[in-house]
Design a binder for this molecule. Structure first.
Ligand code: NZQ
Ligand code: ZN
Length: 392
């Protein structure tokens, strides 16, 4: 096991109706004038935004608001948010929504206290300070409620890039599973795929014998395999929603990756798809991750066999481990298909002829990526091609 630091300072406020307490949590963490940041309207329609405002008002906390965050959040709204925070003397940001809203809120939080262009943080500069931030989560997916990460798309050139810093971790995150019951099945499934992907990015490691981390990963994956079909069939199943919501946090606050190397190539390869086609991040991962697995499995066949047997119930074929590994990957793809996810580029709305552009935008040049298997531009091209011809 490698040496590690594990920092997860967020206070998680879990359960039914807990959003009604957000005013007191803002106060607890020093907020007196809040920017409420939200998305395209689901939080307004469900009445959640009204409850959040009532909760702030009940605590005597003033607020301004900025809605309109779109999935794959854009830099243009972040600039508006920074201006608004400065003009209104905002000292706390409350993100009410999913990963896109939270990531936009994080960018505003960092940008407000920075003299330069906030995009510097998405081009390699480390975020050193940010306004404090709270979250009321409405979709289990990105894990941004527990992570220090933020991913923003620059309109000019459609560049989707990330940044990460512990100062971007939320002070508190309200996780009320009931809020996720209004999600369309497709969004629920996209979220579930992203959660599983966050675990797999950590499961495929070159560091040996970190059994505790393997087993924590498998617990989250098995939970997702069991609970996702239940909420697709019955969107109001509170217990299944609750398990998924907590799994989404556990998958991405860092816990299931400690003590070893990680991968993250599928995320980088997917981000080019959601940048170019504006598809849901989870749907892009459903197409890319199994293709990436097929491409790299020979690097450590036994690790893929472990996934196949422990997570997807395959029988181990000791005479031919390759068969078991490939069966596990195909079962993962079939599972994603069964919950309504696309399996190939065309089902996602992507075009095979755009592969050279996708690879170019990833910007590897003559270099390679990082992680479990370091990939060249030619390797990434092969992965996109596998994703183009995949079948359920
Ligand atoms: O905008 P509204 O109207 O709220 O609709 C949203 C949006 O259309 C809808 N929605 C959310 N909660 C709902 C709801 N509809 C009905 N009822 C509810 N309760 O769902 C749609 C998707 O929302 P979004 O926030 O985009 O989803 P998600 O949480 O999957 O976030 C995706 C973004 O997070 C990034 C992705 O790249 C993508 O940009 N990621 C962020 C990470 C992080 N910060 O740690 C890590 C991830 O790997 C990921 O890259
Ligand atoms: Zn993700």
């Amino acid at each position: 096991m490698d040496n590690f630091n594990f920092c997860s300072p967020t206070e998680f406020v879990f359960g039914k109706g807990r959003e009604n307490e957000c005013g007191s949590f803002v106060k607890k963490y020093g907020g007196s004038k809040v920017l409420i940041h939200y998305g395209g309207g689901s939080a307004v329609r469900s009445g959640l935004l009204g409850r959040v405002k009532d909760s702030l008002a009940a605590q005597g906390v003033g607020f301004a608001e900025l809605g309109g965050v779109q999935p794959n959040p854009r830099d243009t709204l972040v600039y508006k948010g920074i201006e608004l925070c400065r003009a209104e003397g905002i000292d706390f940001i409350l993100a009410v929504g999913g990963g896109s809203v939270i990531d936009s809120a994080k960018a505003i939080a960092a940008g407000t206290l920075y003299d330069g262009d906030f995009w510097d943080f998405y081009s390699g500069r480390k975020v050193e300070k940010a306004l404090p931030l709270g979250v009321v989560l409405t979709i289990a997916a990105a894990g941004s409620e527990g992570s220090g990460d933020s991913v923003i798309t620059k309109e000019d050139g459609l560049l989707k890039r990330g940044t990460g810093s512990d100062v971007l971790r939320s002070k508190f995150s309200v996780l009320d599973p009931e809020l996720t019951q209004t999600l369309p099945a497709y969004q629920t499934a996209c979220g579930a795929t992203d959660i599983m992907a966050h675990v797999f990015e950590r499961y495929f490691t070159n560091t040996k014998e970190v059994e505790i981390t393997d087993r924590l990963c498998e617990a989250v994956l098995l939970t997702m395999v069991k609970e996702t079909p239940r909420v697709i069939t019955d969107p109001n199943n509170y217990e299944a929603r609750a398990n998924i919501m907590w799994a989404g946090m556990v998958a991405h606050n860092g816990l299931v990756g400690v003590g070893r190397s990680q991968d993250w190539n599928s995320h980088a390869i997917e981000h080019e798809l959601s940048a170019l086609y504006d598809c849901a991040h989870g749907a892009g991962l459903a197409v890319i991750m199994p293709a990436w697995m097929e491409f790299v499995h020979s690097h450590d066949v036994m690790r893929f066999c472990q996934m196949a047997t422990r997570v997807f119930g395959c029988q181990m074929n000791y005479a031919d481990p390759e068969t078991t590994a490939m069966e596990g990957i195909q079962r993962f793809r079939a599972f994603l298909h069964s919950i309504g996810m696309p399996v190939n580029l065309s089902e996602l709305g992507a075009k095979e002829e755009d592969i050279p552009l996708l690879v170019e935008k990833l910007g590897l040049g003559d270099g390679r990526t990082w992680g479990f298997v370091q990939l060249s531009a030619a390797d990434v091209t092969e992965i996109y091609k596998l994703a183009a011809k995949a079948k359920a």
